[in-house]
Write a protein that binds this ligand. Structure first.
Ligand code: A3P
Length: 304
């Protein structure tokens, strides 16, 4: 069955998740052709959970010896080019040749639900490592609503918050239901902590330094005493901060074109925790909290 997605795409239900046609094709191409490498780092998120931020953090952690912080690729190049979205890239080119051509270690971003990856990437002996970031669904909804209106084609009427809310609650959003996406990675992080590292946006905001150190340890490149003394962790946190990234020319310009209808700037709005209080009614917040509580009950995960 199909329903009208609220990101202007038609969404299809595929193996328990709502996906666009390109998402499904991307997954199929990953199954058929993607060759994981032992050095691959998959940055996974449900959309609007802070993908851009996590990609930047992982990229700057893993490449910290290769670049000077005062002249860093993140300050000059499009984050959409530096760390590609796997399914979009594969779908766009129809093959994995571009992904195959990337130098190791590859930092590859994805919204693909964990259970929809091929087993060769998720089973115990697989070399892939995943770093996952999730976020309070109330902030995700608000962020998605703003984003979808920003990138919608001019001929389409704006999406109301009520419409966005209803769809989201029913699980109908890209790679939704949101909670199932989160739980897939949460459970994998409990079962295989050496394979999947799990974060919440709110925690990274509170303790970015701790998060940067954890990611580095997880990826087998912990900070040396010398790096700690030189303040490298702080440099990375600063380089990837919302304030810094959103103020860069490359992220302020309108970078849309025919191949890429979403501008770099569209990925930066407020970058805050609890912006939902400015948009959702108390009833909406309560309903979302109830769904979240029900879905996460007994899993050990919460957004309080
Ligand atoms: P808001 O709309 O709440 O501001 P994604 O990168 O997954 O598309 O998520 C986008 C959300 O992350 C937006 O949230 C955006 O502002 C926020 N964001 C982008 N870059 C960030 C950064 N460097 N630090 C914190 N939040 C960031």
């Amino acid at each position: 069955p199909t329903r009208k997605g609220w990101w202007m795409h038609q969404l299809f239900q595929y193996q328990g998740f709502w996906l666009s046609a390109f998402g499904i094709r991307g997954i199929m191409l990953v199954h058929d052709h993607f060759k994981p490498r032992p050095t691959d780092i998959i940055v996974a998120t449900s959309p609007k959970c802070g993908t851009t931020w996590l990609k930047a953090l992982v990229f700057s952690i893993i490449n910290r010896d290769s670049y000077d912080f005062s002249d860093h690729p993140l300050s000059k190049a499009s984050h959409q080019d530096l760390m590609i979205l796997l399914e979009l890239h594969i779908h766009g080119s129809g093959s994995t040749s571009l992904v195959d051509g990337l130098a190791s270690p590859r930092v590859i971003s994805t919204h693909i639900p964990y259970s929809l990856f091929p087993e060769r990437m998720t089973e115990g002996s697989s070399p892939c490592r995943f770093v996952y970031l999730c976020r309070d669904p109330k902030d995700v909804l608000v962020s998605k609503w703003h984003f979808s209106n920003k990138v919608r084609p001019e001929e389409l009427p704006p999406l109301t918050l009520d419409e966005a809310f209803e769809s989201f609650c029913q699980g109908v959003s890209h790679e939704g239901p949101f909670w199932d996406h989160v739980l897939g990675y949460w459970k994998a992080s409990l079962e295989s902590p050496e394979k999947v590292l799990f974060f919440k946006y709110e925690d990274v905001k509170k303790q970015p330094w701790g998060c940067v150190r954890k990611v580095a340890e997880f990826l087998g490149v912990p900070f040396s005493e010398e790096e700690e003394n030189k303040g490298v962790v702080g440099e990375i946190v600063k380089l990837c901060s919302f304030e810094k990234m959103s103020s860069l020319d490359v992220n302020k310009r309108d970078t849309r074109n025919r191949e890429r209808p979403v501008s770099n700037s569209d990925f930066f709005r407020k970058g805050e925790v609890r912006d939902w209080v400015n948009h959702l009614s108390p009833q909406m917040a309560e309903k979302l909290d109830q769904i979240t509580e029900q879905k996460l009950q007994g899993t050990g995960l919460s957004f309080h």
